[in-house]
Each structure stands twice: as C-alpha cells, then as structure tokens.
Design a protein around this ligand. Structure first.
Ligand code: SF4
Length: 246
C-alpha cells in the first residue's frame, strides 16, 4: 500500500482503491444478491459509528488504473452468466466520480451499479457524467441522510433528495430515538422520487460502543405505521466478527 499524502490522482484514469472482493450484498433492496464490491479510499465525512474507517484515513490504499479495476471487476463477476451487480462504496466513492464513469463505460451494459454515497456530495456532477446510464435505470444511488448521532450535519443531502429517481434509495442510520424523529421530519419535509427508504440501526463501531436494538427500531416503525424498510446488515449476521471483505 502507498502512503497517504500529496497523492496526485489522474481523474478519469486512476482510482485510490482500498479493496475489491465478492460478497453477498448486505444492504439496500439488492440485499442477498452476490455482488462485486469496489471500496474506494478517502471520505469527506467522519461519522462516529463508521464501520470502514480503514477506507477513510490511515493511508490504506493502492493507486490503480481504471483499466485494471475494470479487468478485476470482470474477473470477480465471473463472466456474462455470473454476478450482475457492482457496488461502489468506500469511503465516499463519488469523490472519484470521473474514474467510476470511465470504468462503467468499459464494462458490460448488463451490470447494475449501486453507489453507497453519504449524501454530502452534489449528485449533479456524477449524474452529468453518466446521464445515459442513469436514464437506463441501471445506476442506482443508495444515499445516506446523516442523522445527528453520526456527528455529521446533513446539508447537501436535502437538495440531493430532489435529484433522486425511482430506482434510488434513501438511507437513515439511526443511533437513538432522536435520530428516528429526525428521519421522520426529513421525510415529511423534503420530497423525493426514490421509492425505497431504509432505516438501519447503528451497530457498535469506531467511537460508538452501543448500537440501537433492531427490535426497538422495528417497534417504533410499526407503532408509527411508517412505510419504510427496516434494514439489518445481512453480511454481519452471516459473518459475525469479520470486518473486511464482506
Ligand atoms: S460517510 Fe461512510 S465512509 Fe465516510 S465516515 Fe461516514 S460512514 Fe464512514
């Protein structure tokens, strides 16, 4: 791995790559599907409960050419009859949107790409790079709106909600009742075309030692008759204790 600092990245030609692997998708409406994961390095935020800090800071990355990432995605997918889904995650993947767009143009049109984005990157820039692919419906955002318990402040996310399309998803990671009430207020106040809203309980990670019981979150959702999807991270149930490559 190359040391962090003064990293000159050729946008559209290279990635700062943390890891690539195949696993079962643990989140979103694509949950359970075999998926190629591309975890990119660096993030614009520092969430208290981040479970992938190794892709946020510490210098654990390799500078990789777009063609090499494309080749590796093809290998991991296993050919035309193989895996159909690619998940771009991080870190914040859209900080490297030019290179992602270049990779997508070199990959088969049969692949569906999802982007786990933190909500605080203006989606218009990436949308403009992949407008045809976005129109086709095979590029899907899974966009966080950061709740207060994250220690971050949602700002750009409110405008981004108005840019989402039906195939996109909105995710709230909830640490406590205050976060839950915050999420309800956001949904009541801001319109979005996104058809899927995910409420996901915080699990202990980074600076957070206690997560939110998923049973408690389920009770709140049912009491309020909220039309949202409770999301429990499937990969952490399948592989408890593992934090890499899942
Ligand atoms: S946005 Fe995601 S990757 Fe970045 S610090 Fe927050 S949880 Fe971690």
């Amino acid at each position: 791995m190359q040391a962090q600092g003064a990293v000159a990245l050729r946008k559209g030609e290279e990635f700062l790559l943390n890891e690539m692997y195949v696993s079962v998708q643990g989140e979103s409406s694509l949950v359970g599907l075999p998926t190629v994961f591309v975890r990119l390095y660096a993030c614009n935020l520092r969430c208290h409960w981040c479970d992938s800090m190794y892709a946020v800071e510490g210098g654990e990355f390799t500078k990789v050419h777009v063609d090499d990432v494309v080749r590796r995605i093809r290998e991991l997918a296993g050919g035309p009859e193989g895996i159909r889904n690619v998940c771009w995650t991080g870190g914040e993947p859209l900080l490297q949107g030019e290179s992602i767009a270049a990779a997508i143009r070199r990959l088969p049109e049969t692949l569906v790409h999802s982007f786990e984005t933190d909500g605080e990157v203006d989606l218009r820039a990436f949308d403009a790079l992949v407008s045809d692919e976005r129109d086709s419906g095979r590029l899907r955002y899974v966009m966080d709106v950061k709740c207060p318990g994250s220690g971050m402040k949602a700002e750009r996310a409110y405008a981004n909600l108005g840019l989402l399309r039906e195939q996109d998803e909105v995710k709230f990671v909830l640490q406590n009742r205050d976060d839950y009430e915050f999420a309800k207020r956001v949904l009541a106040s801001y319109g979005t075309k996104a058809q899927t809203v995910l409420f996901s309980p915080v699990v202990a990670a980074h600076k957070v030692s206690n997560g939110l019981e998923s049973s408690r979150l389920a009770e709140w959702i049912l009491e309020d008759r909220l039309p949202v999807r409770l999301q429990v991270q499937l990969h952490k149930l399948i592989w408890p204790g593992r934090d890499r490559g899942i």
